[in-house]
Structures are given as C-alpha cells and as structure tokens.
Design a protein around this ligand. Structure first.
Ligand SMILES: Cc1cc2nc3c(=O)[nH]c(=O)nc-3n(C[C@H](O)[C@H](O)[C@H](O)COP(=O)(O)OP(=O)(O)OC[C@H]3O[C@@H](n4cnc5c(N)ncnc54)[C@H](O)[C@@H]3O)c2cc1C
Ligand code: SF4
Ligand code: SF4
Ligand code: SF4
Length: 677
C-alpha cells in the first residue's frame, strides 16, 4: 500500500488540508496590530531557532532604550515575556543586560518545545552563515547539550522567570497591560509574545483521556519495552513514534482516514514495511471511543472492538496559537478590517482612473467629461512611461533584495529590459513615432498571445490582417512551442502582468491563498474565463461593434485583470489574476504538462521550515515535495520557475534542474542568498 500526498483539489473539501501558515501582522519592531504587544520567534511566522533568538535579542535592542526611560508603577515591569523558548530566553538575556525590569512567564519549563523532541534529537543551527546575535547558545548539537547549556545560562545570569504558569489572557489597562495567568496578574508596559507555534496538544475528547497512561509526546522510546501501545494519528510525529516503539513493543497505529497521506513518503514506506512484516498493526478508518486502564474501546470501519492496552500516545497535532491571538484581537496577515476595505476601494478607484485615462472610453474621460483634458496627453504613451518607471524602480529594489542569487539578478535585469522594450518602446515609440504604421498600437500583441491579448482579433480587415495573422501564429504555434521549451517561464520572464507581479508585487507574494480548495477554485475560474474569452473572439470577430468587445474591455481587461489583479496585491497576493483568472495560464499549463523538461529538484536536507511554501506566489506547497526529496515541474504543479523558493531556502535544499550534491556543498558554504528575517 504505497501512498502519496494529495495533489488535486475539491471545491467542497472540508477535511484537513496541507499545512497553511497564518502569520500575525507585525512591523519592523515586531509590534502587532495591538500596540504594545510584540511577537517574536516561530509565532511571527519565521521558523528556526537561530532566527528566534535573533528576534528576541533584536526586539530588546529596538524597543529597550526608550522603554527604560518610562516611569513604572509599583510592581510594574517594563517588559513581560511570555514563553521560555529560544526567542523568550534571548529577549530576557538582552533585557537583563540593558537593565530593564522584566519578567519571563513560561507555562512549563524553559526550553519546553526542544525538551519535547526525541531523546538524542540533532539540533541544526541553520542557516549556518547567519550569525547568532544573542548571548543564548545555539550551535549544531543534540537536544540534551543545548538544554544543559540553556539551564546553565539561566542559573548563571539569574534570569527573572516564573515557570509552570500559563498565560491565559492579556488585557490593556491604561498605558499598561495586565498579563493574566491562572494564579495572578502581572502589570507591564510592553509584552513580548514568544509562545512558538506548537500550541496545545489536540485532544480526542473521549472518556478516560485524563488517565496517566495517555501521552502526547514520545520523549524516550527506550523507556518502553514489552508494552501494548496504541499510537493515534497519521502524521509524521505519530508514524515516527510507532516506528521507534515497534522493535520492543506491540504497537497498534490508529488512523482516522482511509489512507495515510500527510506524512513524509519515507515514513509511509517504513510503516508499510512494518505493517507487512507484522511489526505494526495498522487500523485505518478507526477511532477511539473510550480509554480504560488496561484497554481501549475502538471503532474500526463502523464496528466496535476492545484492544488490550498499556499505553496510549495521542499525536493528532496541536491547536494552533492562532486562537489565542484572535482572543487578544491581534490581526493575522491578510485579515480584513475597515482600513483594508477602504484601501481596496481606493486602489480600485486609482486603477479605474488609470485605465479610463488610457482608454478614453468612459466617463469622466469622454468628450465633455471633467477629465477629458487629460486625454490630449496621449495617454497610452504616458501609461508606457509610468509602467516602465514602476517596473524599473521596483525591479531594482528586488535586485538589491536578492542580489546574492545570480539567477534572480539575471531574471530581474531581463524582466526590466524586456518590459520596457515590449510594452513601451516597440508599441509606442517604434511603431507609432519612429516608423509609424497603421494601428501601431496593435504591436502590443507582438509577444502577447491570445487568449490573453485579443485585440488583434478586433476588426482584422485590410491592413490589419498582418497583426491578425501574427496573433494566430503566436497563439497556435508559439504558445505550445514556448511551453515545451520553457514550461511556464513566460509568466516569470516576459508577460507584462507577470512583470508587475514580480516587481511591484514582490512584497506581497506571501499573501497568496493556499490549500486544496484554492486549487479547485483556480481550475474552475480559469476555465470559465477562458471560455468567456473564446466567446468574445468567436462572436466578436465578424462585428467590431459587438457587445462582446465591450464585455472584454470592461469586465475581463479592466475589472478582472486591472482592478482585481492589481489592486488586490496587498490583500490576496501578487498573482490573483494569474492564478485564478488568466485565460492563458491554463493553456500554458496544458502544453507544458507533458512536454516541458524544466524542473526543480530537492535534496535530502529539508528541515521543514515551510519558507518555500510560504514564499511561493503560486500557492504551491513546495515543502510537500521538498520534505520527500521529490522533484516538481509543470507535470505536477503550476510552477512558473521564478526560483524564489530556491532563493529563500535556508539550507539550499532546492535546485534548478537535476540535483547535484556537489553543487549543494558549494552553495551551503555560502549560506542562503536571502535571510528572510
Ligand atoms: C520536530 C521539530 C524539529 C525541529 N528541528 C529544528 C532544528 O534542528 N533546528 C532549528 O533551528 N529549528 C528546529 N525546529 C524549530 C525550532 O524548534 C523553533 O524554531 C524554535 O523552537 C522556536 O523558538 P520559539 O522561542 O519561537 O518557540 P518555542 O521554542 O516553541 O517556545 C515557546 C515557549 O512558549 C511556551 N508557551 C506557549 N504558550 C504559552 C503560554 N500561554 N504561557 C506561557 N508560556 C507559553 C512553551 O511552553 C514554550 O516553552 C524544529 C521544530 C520541530 C517541531
Ligand atoms: S498567468 Fe497569464 S497574466 Fe499571469 S504572467 Fe502568466 S500569462 Fe501573464
Ligand atoms: S514553486 Fe518556486 S519557482 Fe515555482 S512558482 Fe513557486 S516559488 Fe516560483
Ligand atoms: S525545502 Fe522548504 S521547507 Fe525544506 S528547508 Fe528548504 S525552505 Fe524549508
């Protein structure tokens, strides 16, 4: 029984989805939408230990000096740090050094998350090239050594912390906050939330779950021998626990789904082997009804059974801390509020003005309208200048951001030059000023195939036949050939919508909607728009005054490509039009799917930090491939080869083309091109 992660979408899918990160909205001082509450470490959406300690240290460097000048009431703290992981401890060390009145409150013991890892778990201090700014020790080591060193630091520095107290709420009181635990309330001017993303273990909610034989983490597999053990869950944690326990115990793995699909392929294969050799008893479509002292009541495919049982590991994930943040009214990236709605309306209006100005087709730009005067300025020429300026400005910004990655530098230089040439110099200057030809504006369609650019099918008689024929040629022959040779690279290197998305939209790529249901929407909407555009061409070909052309101009070009596509960058990411609406996207995908050899490969070094998935503007769950060392291309994804997932990977686990371990060794020495923190 070999299983793999699901790839296809379902509009009405309600089950568990692939991992989707919801990061809180924070500014450069890590301050959340609730002023005075700062968010550091994993909770900020930036994974890895070294990033966490650097953020803890940096926070105090940034807000500490001003905070120190604040007058405090009796018993009040300058800074209350919630959570004693790497981020919280590094912040406490920095606060101590600066002489702040601070307190760290930890729900269990400092280093709780690391402590829950397996005995002997290796800790990677990635990215290697990133310096550790804090005084908290983080180096390549094993869990035990790291925790020992942290305990010694806490003792030596005599850090001001309380443990075994869970923070349950934070309430504003005048200029301060009251941080509430089950035992008391602490008053502080600022709060640093460093509670990680582990959250609290998810419960089965069945009778008997409180018995001492029930656990949520497996710390030391060697502590269990000759026991009858049940492990619940179909993810990596439960599979790894079952694999570690099986050699010396009688293990039953209980899974709710029909197949195991969410875990790494290697773990699934190893479990399959254990099941085949009788070392693990696998119960699928099963759930626990009641936990008893020496047994479990289990329902398997609708039928009830009783299993003898000494110990139960419930590893069905954790309730993410998002709920806690929502309770504190802290906004997540992409959440809606009045300011965002007004910004969207404002941006949409701006796009409306630009488009109306360019087209002169509707009020207030028609003759007699209040902005008619603007149209005498040759709007499309000015539009080209504006477009080229935006592409150049934001393109240079992106080059500076990704300057350590030669692929990105070359890509952005190419993008800037090609956009200026194809979408301003050729159609506006060469064909209308230097070498004017009839309807020179039709040269916009030189490298813009149908069904994305359909205007050369409008009134294609007489002298326009060349443009009409050219459009047919590049659409029917050019698109399949281009897709075969370069996959969907056109979207990341040539197309003007893609050009804007890569430059102006670069800062918004992490906002792209993800998940299985989104993929289903992508299919439904792009096919719908493609059919509509085909109807425009079919019905509008014979009649240049047909209402279908008005529909194309106002609905497809202006409303969808313009307003939704551009104005929505800060809300749904930079590729909304490309992913959900572009009629050419699906055609490119269809031709590239079975033909293109362009691919991205992954090695065996993934530390599952999720950054590649988070930064993929196309909403591809890159980590699902990377964690299994799999390759991906247009055969199994809509990748446009922008290469950003490769650029942000802290362990250089992704490469263009065939995987080369030699190349990896060279690259890892240089560190990642971009430290996303
Ligand atoms: C299986 C696994 C392996 C990993 N391996 C590596 C690796 O090799 N290298 C690497 O760099 N990173 C690794 N990571 C990631 C690393 O563990 C995290 O990036 C790091 O721990 C983040 O530190 P943090 O301080 O932000 O959060 P955490 O370490 O999670 O600390 C949060 C703390 O807050 C406490 N807390 C939570 N809620 C409350 C509350 N309400 N009140 C009080 N206290 C609270 C918790 O008990 C915990 O002690 C791994 C993660 C996992 C899950
Ligand atoms: S998806 Fe369509 S609009 Fe977007 S870059 Fe590709 S071809 Fe251009
Ligand atoms: S998978 Fe990587 S290369 Fe492909 S579109 Fe996403 S970020 Fe770009
Ligand atoms: S491949 Fe992706 S998940 Fe794995 S380490 Fe790199 S960025 Fe992180």
């Amino acid at each position: 029984m070999t299983q793999s992660a699901p790839r296809t979408g379902d509009l009405f899918y309600k089950g568990p989805d692939l991992e989707i990160l919801e990061a809180p909205e924070i500014d450069s001082r890590y301050e959340s939408s609730v002023k005075g509450i700062h968010i550091i470490g994993d909770l900020s959406g930036i994974p890895l230990l070294k990033n966490a300690v650097n953020m803890g240290h940096d926070l105090v460097e940034k807000i500490g000096p001003a905070l120190k000048e604040t007058d405090l009431e009796d018993g009040e703290y300058h800074l209350l740090i919630v959570g004693g992981g790497g981020a919280g401890l590094a912040a406490a060390l920095a606060a101590q050094e600066l002489g702040l009145r601070y307190l760290l409150v930890e729900q269990k013991h400092p280093g709780n998350t690391i402590n829950s890892f397996f005995k002997g778990k290796e800790i990677f201090a990635e990215p290697e090239a990133l310096p550790n700014l804090s005084r908290l020790w983080v180096e390549h080591s094993y869990k035990e050594e790291l925790l020992e060193r942290w305990s010694a630091t806490i003792e030596k520095e005599n850090l001001n912390l309380v443990d075994c107290e869970q923070v349950t709420n934070i309430v504003r009181d005048g200029a301060s906050f009251v941080v509430e635990t089950a035992k008391r309330g602490y008053r502080a001017r600022k709060v640093a939330l460093a509670i990680g993303r582990s959250g609290n273990p998810r419960m089965l909610n069945v009778p008997g779950e409180e018995l001492p034989k029930v656990h949520h983490v497996l710390v030391d597999p060697d502590a269990h021998t000759m026991e009858k053990i049940a492990v619940v869950g179909g993810g990596d944690a439960s599979l790894e626990a079952a694999l570690a326990l099986a050699p010396h115990n009688e293990v039953t793995l209980i899974v709710r789904a029909r197949t195991i699909s969410r875990a790494q392929k290697a773990n699934i294969e190893r479990i399959n082997q254990m099941v085949e050799t009788g070392k693990v008893n696998l119960l699928t479509e099963s759930k626990i009804i009641e936990v008893r002292e020496h047994s479990l009541d289990v329902e398997v495919k609708g039928e009830g059974y009783t299993l003898a049982n000494d110990r139960l590991f419930v590893m069905i994930g954790s309730d993410p801390p998002e709920e806690f943040l929502k309770g504190l009214k802290i906004r997540a990236e992409g959440d809606w509020n009045l300011k965002r709605v007004l910004s969207l309306v404002g941006l949409a209006f701006l796009v409306f003005l630009l488009y109306g100005w360019k087209k002169q087709g509707f009020w207030p730009f028609v003759a007699g309208g209040p902005l008619y005067a603007w149209t005498s300025w040759q709007p499309s020429m000015w539009f080209g200048i504006l477009y080229s300026t935006v592409i150049t400005g934001f393109g240079v910004k992106a080059i500076l951001r990704y300057r350590r990655d030669p692929y990105q530098v070359k890509r952005y230089i190419w993008l800037i030059l090609s956009q200026i040439l194809l979408f301003w110099v050729i159609p506006e200057i060469i064909f209308q000023m230097v070498w004017p030809v009839q309807d020179g504006w039709r040269a916009y369609g030189l490298f813009f195939p149908a069904p994305l650019y359909v205007w050369n099918f409008w009134a294609p008689q007489g002298a326009h036949v060349f443009w009409f024929a050219w459009s047919i040629l590049i659409s029917i022959a050019g698109v399949p050939l281009m897709a075969k040779l370069t996959g969907k690279k056109y979207c990341a290197f040539v197309c003007s919508c893609g050009g804007l998305a890569e430059t102006l939209g670069d800062g918004f790529r992490t906002l792209s909607p993800r998940g299985r249901r989104m993929r289903a929407w992508e299919n439904l909407l792009t096919y719908t728009v493609t059919i509509l555009v085909a109807m425009v061409i079919a019905f509008g070909l014979a009649d240049k005054d047909s209402g279908w052309w008005k529909f194309q101009g106002l609905v497809i070009d202006f409303s969808l490509a313009g307003v939704v596509g551009l104005a929505a960058y800060p809300f749904w990411g930079n590729r909304i039009w490309c992913r959900f609406l572009c009629p050419l996207a699906k055609l490119l995908y269809i031709f590239a799917k079975d033909n293109s050899r362009v691919k991205i490969t992954s090695g065996q070094h993934c530390i599952r930090c999720t950054l590649c998935s988070k930064y993929c503007q196309m909403g591809i769950q890159v980590m699902e491939f990377a964690k299994n060392g799999e390759e991906f291309s247009n055969r199994n994804s809509s990748c446009i080869q922008c290469g950003i997932c490769i650029t942000v990977c802290p362990v250089r686990n992704l490469q263009h083309g065939d995987w080369s371990e030699e190349r990896w060794k060279e690259e890892i020495e240089q560190g990642p091109p971009v430290h996303v923190v």
